[in-house]
Design a protein around this ligand. Structure first.
Ligand SMILES: C[S@@+](CC[C@H](N)C(=O)[O-])C[C@H]1O[C@@H](n2cnc3c(N)ncnc32)[C@H](O)[C@@H]1O
Length: 291
């Protein structure tokens, strides 16, 4: 899941007006679909994240950051965008799974010039392992750190991150919440021009442990389906818990950034530091630890 799909939430079209699936001529679309292409189209908006990293770091340290570590980088779309953004930027992407890394090498890394690609390093490894380099910004986006389900585990990860940051450094997390996010529900976003729908499926939320199981499915205009293309087994942390754990890990402070709204009361993509907010049905926020 990503920021994009939450923002699209209220724009999604009702099923009534949908056309009937066309009778398939060739093999089902789901068979030849590339789940990473569909994921990037549905979920990722790395430029918006990068703008946030820049403005938040600049507000703290009166200069632009240069060195980024993208934890849980998957197909490392944000790393690629960071290498493109400025000629003195440098970036490391870290992920355990060789599959998305290989996909990203083939499809995303090739979008860079040789000079830009030289400033991007991929590490197949655990985000909790210590690294022999330090950065200005560590980003753990799309809620990936929620795989760490207990306080000790998450605090230990934050401690490793603190050690991986320069003296002037920030750690950026994103998190979602609101009553809609803890109810079993399927949320469909049509990508009409591409002939598929993205479905965010909240399968189960545990009231005792705050664990949440979610999945992404893709449905195609020929009626075929890619079910459980991606599955997630997370603890849904609260902003308060994340702030406390960052400080317990040694960060000087940890701030919440809440999304503003436009005239129609829709999220406007502008995140502002905030100490207190009324709950909303479904929200996404950033939490930033400052070293
Ligand atoms: C939800 S995906 C996020 C991908 C990407 N950050 C994005 O925004 O689309 C989570 C990723 O975390 C990776 N992962 C899970 N545990 C990890 C760990 N301990 N260390 C490094 N990567 C991990 C998985 O392989 C997967 O690619």
């Amino acid at each position: 899941m990503g920021k994009k799909d939450k923002k699209d939430k209220k724009d999604k079209k009702g099923k009534k007006g949908q056309k009937k699936p066309k009778k398939p001529k060739g093999p089902p679309m789901a068979e030849s679909a590339d789940k990473y292409v569909l994921y990037q189209k549905s979920v990722q908006a790395p430029e918006a994240d990068l703008e946030f990293f820049d403005s938040t770091f600049q507000a703290e340290f009166k200069r632009k950051p240069k060195l980024l570590r993208e934890d849980f980088c998957g197909t490392f779309a944000a790393s690629v965008a960071w290498a493109k953004l400025r000629p003195d930027n440098r970036v490391w992407g870290v992920d355990l799974d060789p599959e998305p890394l290989a996909w990203g090498r083939e499809h995303n890394l090739t979008q860079l010039s040789p000079e830009q690609a030289e400033r991007l390093t991929l590490i197949q490894g655990d985000v909790r392992d210590p690294r022999d380099f330090k950065v200005d910004v560590i980003a753990a986006q799309n809620f990936s750190f929620c795989i760490f389900k207990v306080r000790d585990e998450l605090r230990a990860y934050f401690k490793t991150c603190l050690e991986g940051l320069n003296d002037e450094g920030i750690m950026v997390l994103d998190i979602f919440g609101g009553p809609e996010s803890i109810q079993p529900a399927e949320d469909e976003t049509e990508h009409e021009e591409d002939g598929f729908s993205y479905i965010w499926d909240q399968k189960r939320y545990d009231a005792i442990t705050n664990e949440i199981q979610c999945a992404i499915h893709f449905h195609f205009k020929d009626g075929s389906k890619l079910t459980d293309a991606f599955t997630y087994d997370w603890r849904l942390w609260t902003i308060a818990e994340l702030r406390e754990l960052l400080v317990e890990a040694g960060f000087k402070k940890a701030d919440a950034y809440w999304e503003g709204t436009d005239d129609d009361d829709e999220g406007n993509g502008e995140f502002v530091k905030s100490a207190s907010e009324e709950n909303e049905d479904a929200w996404i926020a950033y939490v930033v630890g400052v070293k």
